[in-house]
Design a binder for this molecule. Structure first.
Ligand SMILES: *[C@@H]1O[C@H](CO)[C@@H](O)[C@H](O)[C@H]1NC(C)=O
Ligand SMILES: *[C@@H]1O[C@H](CO)[C@@H](O)[C@H](O)[C@H]1NC(C)=O
Length: 574
């Protein structure tokens, strides 16, 4: 007993010391950090590394304005800053709670005569890949210095982990001019008027906030993008950010390509090396039964065209699709189906990787400051789904299947420098954007993308993704197997409207009805089949969970309509 007491006392003392270190000393370090530059105890953040594509870019054949560092927007010539100085950094909050960094486009780097339109900000959880559009001042009054600055927010009274104090300003523009971004400083002093320029209102377009960059107690910053996006929309986004204080969003405009100038788009000669540089390797699951093919292969192997009211007399489709009805709407008047003979059906369902290739559609985006290269893949058949139900896997026999499946990957290329900026992956009825910083590269600058087993939804990484909740969901299984297609080698360019008549679209693109019959809905059949195998007392619970946790709509997809009728053909993705 006598021995025990001193030991407890020692433990208690060490506990007190630990508590002191955590509560008091920790705060002291923080206080010191706010006064002088922080000691280098902070581990390096991802943002402190500059992202670069794994390989150097090819030398593009000469063309008009593609990858020439500057772009004509009709009345204004713009370029991109490539060097940035850190103005202020927070070390917590924002995506992954790693904070964000605010950058000033470096004036030493901005070519003679170009002016900053907005500062840049990025979350710290990714490598730096900043861009910031700068405008050439031709002294014709298209751009003007602000008359004053309005203080939007500062971090002085905020107990946050930060390097210095950040001050966010909005330029007060002369009448008839608009602000396209904010200025950030690390001192209370108002920025000098030559830090930023306002742009004539007629040369701007409506902008909206997009991705969240950072926020603290009623203050948030977001990236911006034009509200109106698509091949005909001419809004240009700048890589600047917009601040929101107490629910009020600052008034920040986007630029506009006023004369629909397409000179920065790649020429036909430039498209081939561009597609070869960035088209993905598509990996299929080693157990994939329903592989891709081509529309021509499907037609040659017995694909049939049905006409409503004359269902008994389907017609064979010519291998180039030239006897398919052209144009019109998806009115149910026609549809395609597999051959009725079961051996022929099985052959068609399997597809054929040896003949498979990608079909490429190229289109301008963001007022032709970006090129979207859309890589389409065709599968004659989409296989049935598998559901994960806690530790059990339930394979459906019909649910989820449909004839004809079109999936796509969109490569978004920056027309100032020819670099791949992001890719979009189609997933069931939606999809996701993946930044270049998060792409897994396979061969030089080609992204690796993974097609899920049976459903062919695209994912940026191999493995299992569950669509659902609570351990119950639709399985999307992806694998890096020996089954893959290098779409930069096996492809045909089928459409690029901006090049006029240079590319003739195959007739099957202009067929606007469904590539498979309207599917019967098998949900009830499948449920009944599964319920028979489950003990009676569990059936109620199963039904409840099944309908509550599963994306049933995804399983009811029908044969898809033509790729040209998808909203992304003329519009932005999603
Ligand atoms: C303050 O901002 C300027 C750029 O405006 C930058 O050069 C400087 O390094 C910043 N100071 C600190 C302590 O981050
Ligand atoms: C597509 O079909 C429509 C309607 O028949 C027609 O006007 C158009 O020229 C066709 N386009 C092509 C590329 O064949």
């Amino acid at each position: 007993m006598a021995l025990l007491f001193p030991m407890n006392l020692a433990k208690f003392a060490s506990f007190l010391i630990t508590l002191f270190v955590i509560l008091v000393a920790g705060d002291c370090i923080r206080v010191i950090c706010r006064i002088s530059p922080c000691p280098t105890t902070n581990p390096p953040l991802p943002i402190e590394t500059v992202f670069q594509l794994p390989s150097s870019l090819p030398i593009w054949p000469s063309g008009t304005g593609f990858a020439t560092a500057s772009v004509s927007l009709g009345d204004l010539r713009v370029s991109e800053a490539t060097e940035f100085d850190v103005v202020w950094r927070t070390r917590s909050g924002g995506p992954d709670n790693l904070g964000a960094t605010f950058f000033e486009p470096s004036t030493v780097d901005i070519a003679q005569g170009y002016a900053v339109l907005g500062y840049h900000s990025q979350p710290n959880n990714k490598r730096f890949s900043g861009r910031s559009v700068v405008a050439y001042d031709d002294l014709n009054g298209n751009i003007k210095a602000p008359v004053d600055y309005i203080s939007v927010w500062n971090s002085l009274s905020f107990e946050i982990d930060q390097d210095g104090i950040g001050y966010i300003w909005s330029p007060k523009c002369p009448d008839g001019y608009k602000a396209l971004g904010h200025v950030v400083t690390n001192s209370t002093q108002k920025p000098s008027p030559d830090k930023i320029r306002c742009v004539k209102a007629e040369l701007t377009e409506k902008c909206e906030h997009y991705k969240w960059i950072w926020g603290a107690k009623g203050f948030n910053v977001y990236t911006t993008r034009p509200s109106n996006r698509g091949t005909q929309a001419m809004g240009v986004h700048l890589g600047s950010f917009v601040a929101q204080v107490g629910g009020v969003m600052s008034d920040i405009a986007c630029l506009k390509n006023t004369k629909s100038d397409l000179s920065a788009m790649p020429t036909l000669d430039q498209l081939k090396p561009l597609i070869e540089a960035y088209a993905p390797w598509v990996f299929f699951h080693s157990d994939e039964y329903y592989l891709p093919a081509t529309p021509g292969w499907f037609f040659e192997n017995g694909g049939l065209l049905y006409k409503k009211g004359d269902e008994a007399n389907p017609v064979a489709i010519k291998s180039d699709g030239s006897n398919l009805p052209q144009g019109g709407s998806d009115d149910g008047a026609y549809w395609m189906d597999m051959p009725p003979d079961s051996a022929a059906r099985d052959k068609v369902k399997r597809g054929n990787l040896l003949v498979a290739k990608a079909y490429v559609h190229v289109k301008p985006m963001f007022g032709a400051t970006f090129t979207d290269i859309v890589i389409w893949m065709y599968y004659p058949f989409n296989g049935p789904a598998t559901i994960k139900f806690k530790i059990f896997n339930i394979k459906f026999s019909r649910l989820g299947e449909h004839t004809g499946d079109w999936e796509h990957v969109t490569l978004r290329v920056n027309n100032f420098n020819g670099e791949l900026q992001s890719i979009y992956l189609s997933e069931h009825s939606g999809g996701i954007w993946v930044d270049a910083t998060d792409i897994e590269f396979q061969d030089r600058n080609k992204p690796a993308v993974y097609a899920s087993k049976h459903g062919h939804a695209f994912y940026p990484k191999p493995g299992l993704v569950l669509d659902g909740s609570g351990g119950i969901g639709l399985r999307n299984d992806c694998e890096k197997a020996d089954l893959y297609l290098d779409t930069g080698f096996y492809y045909t360019l089928v459409s690029a409207e901006y090049l006029g008549t240079a590319i003739v679209e195959p007739p099957w693109i202009n067929y606007s009805r469904e590539w498979g019959p309207r599917a019967a809905i098998y949900v009830q059949d499948e449920i009944d089949r599964i319920l028979k195998k489950i003990p009676i007392f569990l059936r109620g619970l199963f039904k409840k969970l099944f309908f509550h946790n599963l994306p049933i709509k995804v399983l009811e997809e029908e044969g898809p309509t033509s790729i040209k009728t998808k909203s992304s053909w003329y519009g932005d993705e999603i």
